[in-house]
Each structure stands twice: as structure tokens, then as C-alpha cells.
Design a protein around this ligand. Structure first.
Ligand code: SPV
Ligand code: MG
Length: 563
């Protein structure tokens, strides 16, 4: 349950009636638990230049029963249904339409209506079948309709217990399901409307919409005759090529996509389970799954994490691989002094100012010279033969829970680290968009990055926080590159998991060439490219300046001037 989708029962209850006044067409999608309700609530799409979303949620008897492993035949009792309803209400702020099955015996229905109204539900739909009903979609299932007068009394009795004007009772007509036909459906519609039904749902399991269109036409005539028109609802599970525009045109006011979230996850679950069996491990199934981080984000866990972090940033880990030897400098680069203070000292001070104290430095070349207090040291004795990736993994034990990776030869503003800590992605590279302005003046071989979405001039003003890296390396053509990678990256707990598995998989299985070198000599860029090539997402955090890299003596002079 997320704390963000809160609404009072009163406000939620009346929101469906309000929506029906505001617009002539409402779309509802099924949810069967808290998580599916979060998806139904939050999902948005841009269609024809308009951001659209679902207006309401449908609590379906079919999917509620199936989620609990039961057939849809009024076996699940009301307390169990209330539990699902509560989960949906706790996880969304949208109006909820509850599938009331037959409503049971009239006294049971009165209590059901009272409870739903108290919870803040906006509408219950009951179907005119005899208790216990059978789901309407299965061909050959015996469908027995209720006497229309008995059903009308049930509607009246339900209405009589209501405290508010906001709660609606809709009558669902099953004449097209039972085979009784359109005449019977219309006869019943008249009775139910006269009994006080607030809406009519006409159901059909035909693959074509002809019958429901015919019913809608007659319903419009009936409404004119009665002098009032109540909303008309349909569930196009079988006649699914029909569009919302066509339904609107024929006078429907609410469309319910009644089971698609359950059916889609059911299919995905089966495929994933089979793949794990076939692979005899779960690594291959990973790209088929939402990342744990996405789920954490959806269910509000990241909000919990953020609040925790706000009060204990000190737990964030940083790893700085500083083992390499740079021929033009006689000492480790991290000990090069800028205006009298070593780069590493400056890095530590910036990190400390962000509340970060858990810093590990991997030493190698002239390790005895790196001795600044306040950090933990791990040594890489093989720095001459092994590359940066190897140095990084010398500090594998320090990666637990997620960490920030920082090159040993850069200086950076604290806002970069703070933005990175707010990042909600699993693997994030910090990339600079100012590269575009100076790329042609620089002859150094930069760590260039290509992203999935090309940065536009407008996007340079509004930083893109949600772009994906598709290529990284020093060999990318400058005219093709979108950004420069600055040597700072973030790995969440889940990101670490991926990274560790890929590293160990490569180390044990890759005896030959690994991205133009060997795995032993691999660079950080090679490794990131491997992660991308294996189908995992690497995101970028776009910045504009605020850092400097000490590659050569010229950079050193520039840094001395700037600081
Ligand atoms: C449900 O979703 O439970 C419904 C619609 O009642 S149907 O399954 O088509 O009957
Ligand atoms: Mg149902």
C-alpha cells in the first residue's frame, strides 16, 4: 500500500457520479489486489496528444476468485470480497465499481450495500441470475435468470438502506447470456429502472457487438419514453475489436475492461515459471520480470527508503578504484595535489558534505602514498596486469546494499551526488550534456555515451532523468555521441545483484576476448556495455558541468585556476 493515493471514503464515493456528469464516457479496468490497483490507478498514456488514464476500477468476481484459486461461482464469501475491495481502496484514489454477483438473498444484499457504501465504493452491479450464479463467459455453463420481479425487489431493498445520494446500484441484464434475447432484456431493463436502478449493464459473450448495439438503440428509445436516461454499461471481453469511440457513438457511458490485468499476469507467470524450469536457474527469466526496484517504487517502498535515507545518509557506500598507474604522473592520481590538497582529500570532503562517510578506496600503484584518514582501504596487488573492473571487484564486499562508484581522478560538485542519491533507477551513469558545446575543442579520448532518446536543445534545459544508455566507450564517433560519462555511477541493491552475477559469469566463462580486451583487463566502460548487451537497463543522470577530470598537466593547471 502506498501512502500517496489517499482519498476519504466520502470523496471517493461521489467521484463516479461527478465523472459521469463531467464526461459522457468512463473507462474502468479490473484490479484484483493492491498491486494491480496501483497499476490501474497510476498508468497513463499519451494518445493523440492527450494524456489519458482509467477513470475507475472494477472489482471483478471472476478475477477476485481466480486470484484466490477459486472458480467464479459465488463461492468466495463477502468477507473475502471485502478484503480484496479494501486492498484496492487502500491502493488507489479512483472510484471503485464492485461486481456484486447476484447480490445473494435480498437481506444479504442490504448488508453488502451498507458495507460498500461505508467503504467509499461508488457503484455495485448485480446480475439478474439465480444464486449461485455461474460465470457468464463459459460456453455451455447453465445460466438461470432470476424472476424479474424478485430481482426488482432486491434493487429496491438495496436502495432503501443507503445513507448517501452518491452510491449507485446498477442492474446487469443477462438475457443475451441465457439466450432469452433482446426482447427479454428490454422488458427487464424497464422493470429494473422503475425499481430504482441507477444504471443498466447489458452483458454478452458474443464475438460481435450486434446484439448489444441493438439493445443500446432500443434502450435509448426506452429512456425517451420513461423521460430519464440512466448510464449504460458494457463489458467487451469477447467483442473486443470494438473501440471506445464506437461504444460512445452507440450511447454506452461506461466500458469495463473486466479481467485483463489478471489474465496478462497469469500468462506472464506461466511463461516465467516455464523458463526457469528450462534454464534451471532464474537469470534468463530476469528480463521478463519487472525489476524489484520498479515494484518497490510502485508500492511505496522507495518513499520509505527516501525517508530512511534522509535521516541516515551516512550509510551510503562509495567505492573509488585508485589502483592504476598513469605514466605521466609519478604518484597515484588520487594523491595529486590541487592547490595543495590531494584529489582524494577533496573527494572525501565533498562526499562528507553530502553526509557520506562509508568510503572505500582500492589502492595498487604506490599504495603506501595513499594514506588519507577517514576511508577504508583495499589493495589490488595485481594492478599492473589487471584492469579497473578487477580493482572494483576487489571491493565486492563493500557493494552490499548499493553503492556509488567514483573515478579517482575527478572533482565534482556535491549537487551531483545529491541528485544521484535521489535517483530511483538501479544502474545510473552520470553524464554531462555540456559535451556538445566543447567536444570539437578537445583531443582527449573521452568516455562517450549514446542514449536511447536523443537529447534535444529543449531537453538540455529540462534535464532528462529517464533516458537509457545504449552505448558507452571511447571509440564512439564524436558526432554520434550524446553525452560524456563523467566517471560517477550508482548501483542500487538490485543493480549490484545484476552486476555481480554478470561479472562472475564473465570471469568464469569468458576466457578470450571481452569487448576488445580480456575480462582481466576490462574497463568500467566495457563492463557497462556488457550489462546493456545482456538486456539490462542502464539509465543516465543528466548534468550540465560541475565536474573536472585530471587527465594531464593541462587539466591540473585548469583545476588549480578553477578551485
Ligand atoms: C467479472 O468480471 O467477474 C464479470 C464479467 O462479472 S464476466 O466475467 O464477463 O461475467
Ligand atoms: Mg462477475
Amino acid at each position: 500500500m502506498s501512502l500517496k493515493n489517499r482519498i476519504s471514503p466520502e470523496d471517493r464515493r461521489k467521484s463516479l457520479k461527478n465523472l459521469l456528469k463531467e464526461k459522457d464516457f468512463i473507462r474502468a479496468i479490473e484490479a484484483h489486489n493492491g498491486l494491480s490497483a496501483i497499476i490501474a490507478n497510476d498508468i497513463k498514456e499519451k494518445v493523440r496528444n492527450e494524456i489519458i488514464e482509467f477513470d475507475a476500477i472494477w472489482e471483478s468476481s471472476l478475477t477476485d476468485s481466480a486470484t484466490k484459486g477459486y472458480p467464479d461461482a459465488e463461492i468466495i464469501g463477502p468477507e473475502s470480497r471485502y478484503e480484496t475491495i479494501r486492498q484496492i481502496l487502500h491502493s488507489s484514489h479512483k472510484p471503485l465499481i464492485v461486481d456484486g454477483d447476484t447480490g445473494g438473498e435480498a437481506t444479504n444484499f442490504e448488508y453488502f450495500v451498507k458495507n460498500l457504501e461505508d467503504f467509499g465504493v461508488s457503484m455495485v452491479i448485480i446480475e439478474d441470475k439465480k444464486f449461485p450464479k455461474r460465470n457468464s463467459l463459459e460456453a455451455g455453463a447453465i445460466q438461470i435468470q432470476e424472476d424479474p420481479d424478485i430481482f426488482s425487489i432486491k434493487i429496491k431493498r438495496g436502495k432503501s438502506v443507503l445513507l448517501s445520494q452518491d452510491f449507485m446500484i446498477a442492474a446487469r441484464i443477462e438475457s443475451l447470456i441465457s439466450g432469452a434475447g433482446i426482447e427479454d432484456a428490454l422488458f427487464r431493463a424497464r422493470k429494473y429502472l422503475m425499481a430504482g436502478a441507477d444504471a443498466i449493464m447489458i452483458h454478452s459473450k458474443d464475438s460481435k457487438p450486434n446484439d448489444i448495439f441493438k439493445f443500446a438503440e432500443e434502450y435509448n428509445k426506452l429512456s425517451s419514453e420513461l423521460g430519464f436516461r440512466k448510464p449504460l454499461i458494457c463489458v467487451p471481453t469477447t467483442y473486443n475489436t470494438i473501440t471506445e469511440d464506437q461504444l460512445k457513438e452507440h450511447g454506452f457511458n461506461i466500458v469495463i475492461y473486466a479481467n485483463h490485468l489478471l489474465r496478462s499476469c497469469h500468462k506472464a507467470m506461466k511463461e516465467t515459471a516455464s523458463l526457469i524450469l528450462r534454464s534451471q536457474r532464474c537469470f534468463e527469466a530476469e528480463p521478463m520480470c519487472s525489476s524489484v526496484n520498479t515494484i518497490f517504487k510502485d508500492v511505496g517502498f522507495l518513499e520509505v527508503k527516501e525517508k530512511d535515507m534522509k535521516y541516515s545518509k551516512g550509510k551510503t557506500r562509495v567505492i573509488i578504484p585508485a589502483a592504476g598507474k598513469e605514466p605521466i604522473f609519478k604518484i597515484p592520481k588520487s594523491m595529486i595535489k590541487i592547490n595543495g590538497k590531494p584529489i582524494l582529500q577533496r573527494q572525501i570532503e565533498t562526499l562528507n558534505s553530502c553526509g557520506i562517510y562509508n568510503i572505500t578506496v582500492v589502492r595498487g600503484f604506490k599504495k603506501e602514498l595513499i594514506d588519507i584518514p577517514g576511508v577504508k582501504y583495499i589493495d589490488n596487488e595485481y594492478y599492473e596486469d589487471y584492469g579497473l573492473l578487477y580493482s572494483l571487484f576487489r571491493a565486492e564486499s563493500e557493494m552490499e546494499g548499493g553503492f556509488i562508484y567514483i573515478n579517482s581522478d575527478i572533482l565534482f560538485d556535491r549537487h551531483i551526488i545529491n541528485s544521484l542519491l535521489e535517483s530511483k533507477k538501479d544502474i545510473v551513469l552520470v553524464v554531462d550534456n555540456s559535451y556538445a558545446y566543447h567536444k570539437h575543442e578537445i583531443d582527449k579520448r573521452l568516455d562517450l555515451v549514446m542514449t536511447l532518446n536523443k537529447p534535444s536543445d529543449q531537453r538540455r534545459l529540462l534535464y532528462s532523468r529517464d533516458n537509457e544508455v545504449i552505448r558507452i566507450g571511447k571509440n564512439i564517433d564524436k558526432s554520434m555521441a550524446d553525452y560524456e560519462y563523467i566517471g560517477i555511477a550508482y548501483f542500487s541493491e538490485y543493480g549490484i545483484d545484476i552486476v555481480k552475477k554478470i561479472f562472475h559469469d564473465c570471469s568464469s566463462n569468458n576466457r578470450g576476448c571481452f569487448h576488445a580486451v580480456s575480462i582481466e583487463k576490462a574497463t568500467f566502460n566495457d563492463f557497462i556495455q556488457e550489462i546493456i548487451d545482456r538486456g539490462f537497463k542502464v539509465h543516465n543522470l543528466e548534468i550540465h558541468k560541475g565536474w573536472i577530470e585530471i587527465h594531464n598537466k593541462k587539466d591540473l593547471e585548469l583545476a588549480e585556476k578553477l578551485i
